[in-house]
Design a protein around this ligand. Structure first.
Ligand SMILES: [Zn+2]
Length: 107
């Protein structure tokens, strides 16, 4: 099995960058609402034994939260594209006011 196949089967699993074995998160601390750091350790203790420092960061929203918050995150490029597509689909070509049409109509 190629290394890339092995990695795709372990989507939520960290992988040791040196031997490809599973890597476990030993400790982590949240620095901000969007950023955390911690220690990650290779499970292949006898043949590898690597330990490292990792960071994880939330970069953007795909679907914005419905809950109000002080956290400010940009929309992901994917979400912006999806929003543009939805805007185009709601436009009726026979509606003379189509350019003033809101994206979401309130009922
Ligand atoms: Zn390793």
């Amino acid at each position: 099995m190629a290394d890339s196949d092995k990695n795709s089967n372990q989507r939520n699993q960290s992988v040791c960058p040196f031997c490809g074995s599973k890597a476990r998160i030993r400790s982590s601390s949240r620095i901000t609402a969007l950023y955390a750091e911690g220690v990650v350790e290779c499970s292949n203790i006898i043949e590898c034994g690597w330990r490292g420092w990792f960071a994880t960061e939330i970069l953007s929203s795909i679907t914005p939260s419905l809950r109000p918050s002080t956290v400010s995150l940009p929309l992901s490029p994917y979400a912006i594209k999806r929003q543009e597509k939805a805007k185009q689909l709601t436009k009726n070509p026979f509606d003379p006011n189509r350019d003033q049409m809101p994206l979401f109509e309130s009922h």
